[in-house]
Design a protein around this ligand. Structure first.
Ligand SMILES: *[C@@H]1O[C@H](CO)[C@@H](O)[C@H](O)[C@H]1NC(C)=O
Ligand SMILES: *[C@@H]1O[C@H](CO)[C@@H](O)[C@H](O)[C@H]1NC(C)=O
Ligand SMILES: *[C@@H]1O[C@H](CO)[C@@H](O)[C@H](O)[C@H]1NC(C)=O
Ligand SMILES: *[C@@H]1O[C@H](CO)[C@@H](O)[C@H](O)[C@H]1NC(C)=O
Length: 432
């Protein structure tokens, strides 16, 4: 009897030990994402409910249906009848991508292709030079930079809902998308430099100043030089008042996501940031990563209160001025942001559990969009290898070191600016 009981006891102990081992193993393997290691300040872009939609789709290319549909406008870019697929389209030159023969499905290195008529007649522009540069293999001439009415269709929705956040339409329902994008049906919605005729002043080539918020600009006295470009791009907490001598005063393109805008209004109020710049020449470029971007965009384009979400009932003219109209609004195409991530800023973060929250920073998207639309680009206030000498932002009252979070790869962006500068594709401001 005693031995029988002992055996039963031993068996029980064995089972419990096995269960414990199994539990410990589970703890050490990939556990559902936890955000605990990311400071709250960067949580803004992490809130998207991601992964579930990814699992619903097999790893295969869905060729979008791009058959001609009734034109919504008389003029506009033609959608080409093909997708560009790196694995097939003769990009063997591109060693980086051929190292990834079996990309995970969330990468989606396949995009629609669009014939956007060139705004300028510049023979020495970036677009002609980049093809001959080391970046030629990654560059897609026909990538759509901005999304607008012509892009919304059930077929495109099927294709793009595989990608979460700002890289696709995975977080948005079709009605919200269609309700917003259908309003963006003017030619200014698909042209980054829509007022070129008014700005060009007899020039053949468009010159853009892209102004980041880096501390390197404080005391730079670059204001006049910045303002002398045809276009001046700014982003997020760009405080201009009081810093004109260093950063200039014009803003033709202001880039933001609703989340980063609201965070900037909260975080940089002390430095004097009250909201986006407002002037007759200012355009607003949304980087959509949440429903609230589409909702605020629609409200601004139609002069109505925001329907729902965190900005519910807010008056959009409070942010963009009384004269805001759909002609002043633009929105990045998710294919463009995914293309930037995959081909220019393919961070090792994509191999970690933070892959779903990783995206190019707003400033990086702004600078790379300028490289895809302007003939010449000068970049000011972007991170340089001596970044530790400067505060995070030019408008900081006291020294703040640059913060590095999992949702962006600022070091990789810094290296990219150096490479583009060396290749002669942009002029990066550095302190002597
Ligand atoms: C854009 O859409 C509005 C209605 O939403 C319509 O009245 C207008 O004619 C459209 N414009 C163009 C150029 O198609
Ligand atoms: C695609 O367009 C080209 C001309 O742009 C045409 O020659 C070709 O037949 C088209 N292919 C299909 C499948 O429609
Ligand atoms: C570019 O130049 C050609 C011929 O020189 C002219 O026909 C065309 O209209 C010009 N395009 C622009 C956008 O100025
Ligand atoms: C246009 O160009 C002329 C001559 O290059 C220059 O004097 C003038 O200031 C420019 N105007 C503007 C608005 O940039």
């Amino acid at each position: 009897m005693g031995t029988w009981l002992q055996r039963r006891l031993l068996a029980c102990v064995g089972v419990v030990t096995c269960l414990l081992c199994f539990y410990v193993l589970c703890l050490n393997t990939e556990w559902p994402l936890s955000w605990t290691s990311i400071p709250p300040r960067s949580l803004h872009s992490l809130t998207a409910k991601i992964s579930s939609s990814l699992k619903d789709f097999p790893n295969r290319l869905i060729i979008p249906d791009l058959r001609p549909r009734p034109p919504q406008t008389k003029t506009g870019p033609e959608l080409l009848n093909q997708t560009l697929d790196l694995s097939k389209s003769g990009s063997e030159k591109d060693k980086k991508s051929s190292k990834h023969p079996t990309d995970p499905p969330f990468i989606g290195d396949s995009y629609i292709s669009e014939n956007v008529p060139q705004k300028t007649n510049c023979s020495s522009g970036i677009r002609s030079r980049i093809k001959e540069s080391e970046f030629g293999g990654r560059f897609l001439e026909h990538i759509p930079v901005l999304q607008w009415a012509k892009h919304v269709s059930p077929e495109q929705y099927e294709r793009l809902r595989r990608y979460p956040g700002t890289h696709g339409w995975g977080n948005f329902n079709y009605d919200t998308l269609a309700g917003t994008l259908s309003v963006l049906n003017s030619s200014a919605n698909w042209q980054m430099l829509d007022d070129w005729e008014a700005q060009r002043n007899k020039s053949e080539c468009s010159r853009c100043a892209v102004v980041g918020n880096g501390g390197i600009l404080r005391g730079s006295k670059k204001g006049k030089e910045i303002d002398s470009h045809h276009y001046v791009f700014r982003t997020n907490g760009a405080v201009v008042k009081g810093f004109e001598e260093d950063v200039g005063s014009r803003t033709t393109h202001y880039t933001f996501s609703t989340n980063t805008l609201m965070n900037s209004m909260r975080s940089y109020a002390g430095a004097g940031y009250r909201g986006p710049p407002v002037s007759p020449e200012t355009r607003y470029v949304f980087l959509p990563d949440h429903d609230r971007d589409y909702l605020l965009m629609k409200a601004a384009a139609t002069h109505t209160a925001v329907e729902r979400g965190p900005e519910r009932a807010k008056d959009p003219t409070k942010y963009f001025g009384k004269d805001v109209s759909k002609e002043k609004l633009k929105m990045y195409h998710p294919d463009f942001i995914r293309y930037l991530r995959n081909r220019f800023l393919r961070s090792n973060t994509l191999k970690t559990r933070y892959k779903d929250i990783y995206r190019p920073s707003t400033g990086a998207a702004m600078l790379l969009a300028a490289l895809h639309t302007c003939d010449q680009v000068s970049a000011y206030g972007f991170m340089t290898p001596d970044y530790k000498k400067y505060s995070d932002h030019y408008f900081d009252n006291t020294y703040h070191p640059v913060g590095f979070f999992a949702n962006h790869d600022l070091r990789m962006e810094m290296v990219l600016w150096q490479q583009l500068h060396k290749a002669g594709l942009l002029q990066l401001y550095v302190r002597q």
